[in-house]
Design a binder for this molecule. Structure first.
Ligand code: FCB
Length: 449
């Protein structure tokens, strides 16, 4: 991925059928962690392990979305969202990981879907956003190929129940994070630190996607099925051969490791050789399963990363969000053009984009005045509009996140929501950015001021 300078006009119109959404995930907002037959997930277990979550919090209550579905959908209506991306918790639907389906767990998503459709909002559920049933982790989790098979069964059960109303399915969210933060750095559940486990997990997660896609298409051939990949474009500091070599290996390991096999090219050669991965987990037929055509390709984009020949050497970094992530919107435009030029995915969806900001400023009436978040969203949406004008088929955009929520190992500190959630009362209040987003959705055009 290379960078190019891009200019943006003051105002930009989006296609009239552009999908305007916001995104969340089950563990980050639902709470109700043992309601209605839900079993323990790896994130329940991880949070209960001392030293894993910066502020020592967990998902027991989160935003209590489980008990506030109607109010939260009403909030989406106020904002004018045309789509909502959420995830389904596997431990609610198949508490044993495999086998019996828990109708009460599916009832919750059934209600959510009905509320959304009644409000004219298109549901975009993701089947796996990191909350694996702990019982499957006890058998190796994503290092175990059987987890991919179990995932396809769980996906099929969900589609059988909701597929008369839901027609767009995302299999997994961010395989890179699942494999590497879960099994290599240990920052995420299940907290392992083992390169071989991470490599096996990366393959089994992609395989799970392929098996689920096949299962969904067998039940509902006309439904759209996609996957969500997080991309972090890599920029070398200077142009020494060392920096460029590191750029290639990091880019292959973090980005192309997922997009290449999904596009039918197998795992990137340079990085696999450097890692010494013999691909013993890759059985005949696996790469074909992974490369079955998707109907849409989801992209989560937050920031880019620099790599230097010498550790610690810093590039020319722009401003940062409260996560310390550099704000550099042109990297999104370049990424969208790259994906369009390089591969043949029929359409792209921005499934997550947003920023944690300090949220310390308030208007006179007490509303969070998050002009920095507005600037972030605007900068990235300008890039999306520019790419669409250049012919990149982008179907829609989902802001991360609808609500302030549980930010994994960071706990409740980082605020990613366009809607504030009071940590005690859990009362929701749209921030300025939410009102700005609602105006944008209404007008279909980025405002000039
Ligand atoms: C993404 C995750 C999402 C959220 C954002 C900030 O990697 O998919 O759950 O944590 O980052």
């Amino acid at each position: 991925m290379t960078e190019s300078a891009s200019t943006t006009p003051a105002s930009r119109a989006f296609p009239t059928d552009f999908v305007w959404g916001a995104a969340t995930s089950s563990f980050q907002i639902e709470g109700a962690s043992d309601a209605d037959g839900k079993s323990e997930s790896i994130w329940d277990r991880f949070c209960a392990t001392p030293g894993t979550i910066i502020d020592g919090t967990d998902g027991t209550r989160a935003c209590d979305h489980y008990n506030r579905v109607a109010d939260d959908v009403a909030l989406m209506v106020d904002l004018g969202l045309t789509a909502y991306r959420f995830s389904i918790a596997w431990p609610r639907v198949v508490p044993g990981g495999t086998g019996e389906v828990n109708a009460a767990g599916l009832d919750f998503y059934d209600r959510l879907v009905d509320e959304l459709l009644a409000a004219g909002i298109t549901p975009y559920p993701t089947l796996y956003h990191w909350d694996l049933p702990q019982v499957l982790q006890d058998q190796g989790g994503w290092t175990n190929r059987a987890t991919a098979e179990a995932f396809a069964d769980y996906a099929a059960a969900t589609v059988r129940r909701l597929g008369d109303r839901v027609t767009r399915w995302t299999t997994v969210n961010e395989p890179y994070v699942i494999a590497n933060l879960g099994y290599l750095t240990g920052e995420h559940a299940p907290g392992h630190r083992d390169l071989n486990e991470a490599l096996a997990a990366s393959h089994n997660v992609l395989l799970a996607h392929g098996m689920a896609l096949r299962a969904i298409k067998e039940i509902e051939p006309s439904h759209e099925v996609g996957i969500v990949i997080n991309f972090t474009p890599v920029t070398p500091v200077g142009d020494s051969p060392f920096a460029r070599e590191r750029q290639q290996i990091v880019n292959e390991f973090e980005n192309r490791w997922y997009s290449d096999p999904l596009a039918g090219r197998g795992y990137p050669a340079f990085a696999t050789e450097r890692l010494g991965w013999d691909q013993a987990e890759v059985l005949p037929g696996d790469l074909e399963l992974i490369a079955q055509p998707v109907d849409f390709f989801g992209i989560n984009f937050y920031t880019r990363k620099f790599v230097a020949a010498i550790d610690g050497e810093r590039g020319d970094r722009g401003d940062e969000t409260a996560m310390g992530w550099e704000i550099h919107p042109p990297a999104l435009g370049d990424l969208l053009r790259f994906l369009d030029d390089e591969y043949d995915f029929p359409k792209l969806l921005i499934t997550e984009n947003g920023a944690a900001m300090p949220d310390t400023e308030r208007d006179a009436d007490g509303r969070v005045a998050d002009h920095d978040r507005i600037a972030y969203l605007r900068g990235h949406l300008e890039q999306v509009a520019g790419a669409i004008e250049q012919g990149v088929p982008i179907e829609g955009y989902f802001a991360w996140s609808l609500l302030d929520n549980f930010e994994w190992a960071w706990g409740y500190g980082p605020k990613f929501g366009i809607v504030e959630v009071d940590p005690d009362s859990l009362e929701r209040r749209p921030k300025r950015s939410a009102l700005w987003y609602a105006d944008l959705i209404r007008s279909g055009s980025l405002p000039t001021d």
